[in-house]
Design a protein. Structure first.
Length: 377
């Protein structure tokens, strides 16, 4: 018996020593103590453990050129920047020419197949970009598109309390992405769920369903699912405005059948950024009796005889809000100003919200945070 006990004691001791060696191996250079990004009152420090690297750089969209990082004695590279203004920024690290995400930062967002680390700076502008106390639910239902001939995926946000109120119906915002995006983009890059959660919790916005369609008519879903794309000639005459037609004639009925959506014009809103703004405009012109709230973001058009006639039809049909927005430095700002003038000349009441900045998510998050409280009032 003593021999057996001694044998097990030796085995346990060896295992303990092996665990210590493994722990030391992964702890070397202070690897487990690496914190990145480290946000302080006036600065932000980025770090990466790369003892064999010859050169490491930091690239971020807070302004300025890429910054070379400095190697410390323990193999950790560091770079410190002045703390930027409250916003959500993206960045990546370049290690010996290889672009990579910060392995210490699990905050990431993606636009189609591109992934970025996030640097989230708290402040008045960003207070609704963080998690609320009461959170809604995001689901990803599939629907059959007869018009496009494929099975397609949506993202749908339902507000906090939706599951507990089986008899309540909700208004719906159809929120459209821009070029290169998909049904996940507004949720990832735009923080749409967090913004809605916070606004609803604060009593600033009406509880609503938000639908995020995939605006690429050849895609079944986000490219991250690695599904085959459909062979659809979107430039053929019979496929003109195919996505917009599918949105109104297939997606809206699907939502109103499968979710507790209020199926009235007064309970439908449509908004979109960039190309999604074009889709929102076209949907309102082709189907003037469908949406009472129309919010094109960072997109404008020149007047034509056809759309002037359509604008008059929209005016006759009536609507509750036409909210147009763009940044002063956006490359489409002049086009948006033209649309603003056209709406004014045609007698369509609207709001032209002008912000600072360019054609970026910094503006589009800001716009959603601004116009969502105006919906369904």
């Amino acid at each position: 018996m003593k021999v057996i006990k001694s044998f097990f004691l030796v085995i346990v001791t060896k295992l303990a020593l092996l665990c210590i060696k493994i722990q030391k191996r992964f702890n070397r250079g202070g690897r487990q103590q690496v914190v990145s990004p480290e946000i302080k009152e006036d600065s932000v420090t980025f770090r990466i453990y790369a003892p064999l690297a010859r050169q490491v750089s930091l690239k971020g969209n807070w302004g300025g050129r890429s910054r070379r990082m400095t190697k410390q004695a323990n193999g950790v590279w560091e770079a410190t920047i002045d703390k930027p203004q409250p916003e959500i920024y993206t960045y990546n690290l370049v290690v010996d020419g290889l672009s990579m995400n910060d392995p210490q930062n699990f905050f990431v967002q993606h636009d189609a197949t591109l992934y970025f680390n996030m640097l989230m700076i708290r402040g008045e502008r960003t207070q609704n970009y963080f998690e609320a106390n009461h959170r809604g639910t995001v689901s990803f239902p599939w629907y059959d598109s007869k018009l496009l001939g494929i099975n397609r995926r949506l993202a749908v946000y339902t507000p906090y309390g939706y599951e507990d109120n089986p008899d309540r119906k909700y208004p719906v915002l159809y929120l459209l992405h821009g070029k290169g995006g998909d049904e996940e983009t507004w949720l990832s890059m735009g923080r749409a769920a967090q913004i809605l959660d916070n606004l609803i919790e604060q009593g600033k916005a009406e509880p609503m369903i938000v639908v995020f369609p995939n605006g690429n008519p050849t895609q079944q879903a986000s490219q991250t699912l690695v599904l085959e794309t459909a062979c659809i000639n979107t430039h053929s005459p019979e496929m003109a405005n195919a996505y917009v037609k599918s949105l109104v004639t297939e997606i809206v009925p699907f939502i109103e059948k499968n979710f507790r959506a209020d199926a009235q014009k007064s309970s439908r809103a449509i908004a979109g950024l960039s190309v999604g703004g074009a889709h929102a405009i076209n949907a309102s012109l082709l189907y003037p009796d469908m949406f009472d709230y129309i919010c094109p973001l960072s997109f404008g058009t020149d007047p034509t005889g056809e759309n002037l006639t359509q604008l008059q039809a929209l005016k006759k049909s009536g609507y509750k809000l036409y909210w147009l927005a763009c940044g002063k430095k956006d490359f489409l700002f002049e086009k948006v100003k033209t649309l603003d003038k056209t709406l004014t000349d045609e007698g369509l009441q609207h709001t032209f919200f002008v912000s600072e900045g360019r054609h970026t998510w910094s503006n589009w998050r800001y716009y959603l945070n601004t116009f969502a409280p105006l919906l369904f009032k």
